[in-house]
Write a protein that binds this ligand. Structure first.
Ligand SMILES: [Zn+2]
Length: 55
């Protein structure tokens, strides 16, 4: 599950993807950029991971 780093919405979709990386867009706040927060809500315990794809 991908979350917006700006507003936390899960309404993130990929706008473009290429050699330099993926660009994501948030439907809710209009955020656009290479960074998203990936959340595993299916796991037990601490199910939250932050994964910055551009660092
Ligand atoms: Zn957002």
């Amino acid at each position: 599950m991908l979350c917006c780093p700006s507003c936390g919405a899960q309404e993130i979709f990929v706008e473009t993807g290429g050699y330099t990386g993926m660009i994501y867009r948030c439907k809710r706040c209009g955020y656009r950029g290479p960074l998203v927060v990936e959340v595993d809500e299916d796991t037990s315990g601490h199910g939250e991971k932050e994964r910055m794809s551009d660092r």
